[in-house]
Design a protein around this ligand. Structure first.
Ligand SMILES: Cc1ncc(COP(=O)(O)O)c(C=O)c1O
Length: 282
C-alpha cells in the first residue's frame, strides 16, 4: 500500500544559509508531495460512494496524474477537463498527460461545469482545492509539531510556494507557527481569493510574501532553471521546476532571523516535460 505519512525532515545548507526541509517528495511517487496530503482522505476511505471522479486543470498537472492513479486504484472512471489541447500533445502525449492516459483517464476539452451532475460523480476542484484536503494536511501539521517539540526548535516559520494555496492555507489552520507563502500561478490577489474560497476568516490565512517580479505560470525563465540547478548541486535534492524556483527566489530575498522549514511538495514527475522544454531553449 502507499506510504503517505511521516516524511523525514533534513537540514540543508543553501547559499550559506541553513534550512530545514520537509521531504514530502519522498512519499510514494504516485502521490508525492502535497497530493499525498490533499488526497489522503480519498485514498484512505474505503468507498467514496462514487464511480467516477471529475476534475479539471492544466494539461501537465501533477494533481491530474495523482487522481488518475487514485481512480485506477479504486476502479473508478476519471474524467479530466482542459480548456485546450495543443496539437503536438494530442499527437504525442508526454509526461503527466501520457501517464494519466495510460491509467485510463478520459480527457475532455471544455468547461468541467458542463459535465452532467449525478450522485455517483465526485467533483474535485483544480489542484485538489477542496475542504476534504484539510484531513491529510492536518497530518502534515501534526508531523511538523511533533518534530519541533522533540527537537526543541524555537522561532520556526514554515515556507512553501502556492498554486491554489490549499496546502499553505490548511497548514496555517493547524499550526501555531507562521506559514509564509508566495503565489506561483496568479498574483497576490488571486491567491487571496483562493484562500477566501476555502476559509472566509482572513485571521486563519497564511502570510503572502511578494515575489520580486511577475512570473507567468509554466513559462521558462533562465533564473528559475539556474536556481533549480544550484539547489540540486548544493543540497543533492531535486526540486520541482514550476513552483520551487519561484519559492526559493522569494525565500532568499526574505530576510528573517527565524529558522525556516521549507516544505518540499514533490511534483518531480512534472520535471520530465519541463526539463525537455528547457533543454530545447538552451
Ligand atoms: C510541486 C508542487 N508545488 C506546489 C503546488 C501548489 O500547491 P497548492 O495548490 O496546494 O498551493 C503544487 C500543486 O499542487 C505542486 O504540484
Amino acid at each position: 500500500m502507499y506510504n503517505i505519512l511521516n516524511s523525514p525532515i533534513n537540514i540543508i545548507n543553501f547559499n550559506n544559509q541553513k534550512y530545514y526541509i520537509k521531504r514530502d517528495d519522498l512519499l510514494n511517487s504516485d502521490f508525492s508531495g502535497n497530493k499525498a496530503r490533499k488526497f489522503y482522505y480519498f485514498l484512505k476511505k474505503r468507498s467514496l460512494l462514487t464511480n467516477t471522479i471529475v476534475s479539471y486543470g492544466s494539461i501537465q498537472s501533477n494533481a491530474m496524474y495523482s487522481l488518475s492513479v487514485l481512480a485506477k486504484l479504486k476502479k473508478y472512471s476519471f474524467i479530466y477537463y482542459v480548456h485546450h489541447l495543443p496539437t503536438f500533445l494530442e499527437n504525442n502525449p508526454q509526461g503527466n498527460l501520457k501517464y494519466s492516459l495510460k491509467n485510463g483517464m478520459v480527457l475532455k476539452i471544455g468547461n468541467w461545469e458542463n459535465e452532467q451532475r449525478s450522485y455517483n460523480k465526485l467533483f474535485i476542484s483544480e489542484g485538489g482545492a477542496v475542504h476534504k484536503a484539510k484531513i491529510g494536511i492536518k497530518n502534515l501539521a501534526n508531523e511538523i509539531n511533533q518534530w519541533q517539540k522533540i527537537n526543541n526548535i524555537k522561532n520556526l516559520k514554515i515556507f512553501l510556494p502556492s498554486g491554489t494555496g490549499t496546502t499553505a492555507l490548511f497548514l496555517q489552520r493547524y499550526l501555531q507557527n507562521k506559514v509564509l507563502t508566495c503565489p506561483c500561478v496568479g498574483d497576490n490577489m488571486y491567491l487571496k481569493k483562493q484562500f477566501l474560497q476555502l476559509e472566509r476568516n482572513p485571521k486563519y490565512h497564511p502570510t503572502i510574501i511578494d515575489t520580486h517580479k511577475k512570473f507567468h505560470f509554466g513559462k521558462l525563465y533562465k533564473e528559475n532553471y539556474q536556481i533549480w540547478e544550484a539547489l540540486k548541486q548544493q543540497t543533492n535534492i531535486e526540486f520541482d521546476l514550476l513552483y520551487d524556483p519561484i519559492g526559493w527566489q522569494t525565500l532568499l530575498r526574505y530576510n528573517d532571523n527565524n529558522n525556516i522549514l521549507y516544505i518540499h511538495q514533490g511534483g518531480l514527475k512534472g520535471n520530465e516535460t519541463m526539463l525537455a522544454r528547457y533543454k530545447k531553449k538552451v
